[in-house]
Design a protein. Sequence first.
Length: 253
Amino acid sequence: MGAGHSHRLHRPGNSPVHALPAHCKIVAVLCFVLAVVSTPREAVWAFGLYALLLAAVAAAAGIPPGFLLCRLLVEIPFVAFALLMPFVVPGERTAVLGVQLSVPGLWGAWNILAKGTLGVAASVLLAATTEIRALLLGLERLRLPPLLVQIASFMVRYGDVIADEMRRMSIARRSRGFEARGVRQWGVLAKSAGALFIRSYERGERVHLAMVSRGYTGTMPAIGATAATRAQWARAAALPAAALAVALLGRTL
C-alpha cells in the first residue's frame, strides 16, 4: 500500500484498542452494528446500554468525548430527516408540548436517531484508533475484492490532492474579483467543475503511467499483513459479544 496516510479522523495512541489488528476491529464494529440494528426500537433501555459500551471503548482508547461528539456532526442531515418524520408520517396522533405529532413518526425518528448515532459513533471510534493504511490492509485481510481496496486506497490518497486543487482554483477566481452571488455566476462555477474533472482525469493517467513504469500489474503488494492471535480476537469480540447479549435481552423482555 505504500507509505502510511495520516488522516484527521485518526488519533494516535498506545491503548489496547489501538494495538488490536485492523481486521479484528472491523469485524467487531460490523457485528456491533448488526446487533444494534436488530434490536427492537421499543427496547429504549438497550440503546442506553449500547452507548455505555461505546463510552467504555472510548475511555479504554483514550478518545476524549469532545473529539467523538465533533465527529458525530456528520449525521446532521439524517437528524434533520428524522425530525421531520413525526410531522409527515400518517397514523395515530399524540400531543407533545401542544403540538400534534404522529406516533409511528416518533418511533421512526427515534429508531433512526438511536441506531444511526450508535453506528456512526462506532465507525468514528474505529477510524480514531486505526490508521487509514491499516484499515485498507485489514479489508484486504478480510478478503474484500482487491480492486475495491485499491479504489478506496486511491480515494484516500488523492482526495486531499483534489480538494487542494479546488482550493487553489477558488483562490484564483477570487483574486480576479469573482464572487458567487447568484445564478449568473453558475456558469463560471460549472466551467471550474469541468476544468477540475479534466485535471483530475489527467492526473490519474499520469499516476497510472508512473505505476506501470514501476512494475504495477493490477495488484498491490501486501505489506505488513499479519495474522491476529486468539487473544486479540477475544479482546475484539468483547464489544460485539456484550452487544449481542443486550440485543437478545431486548428481544425477549
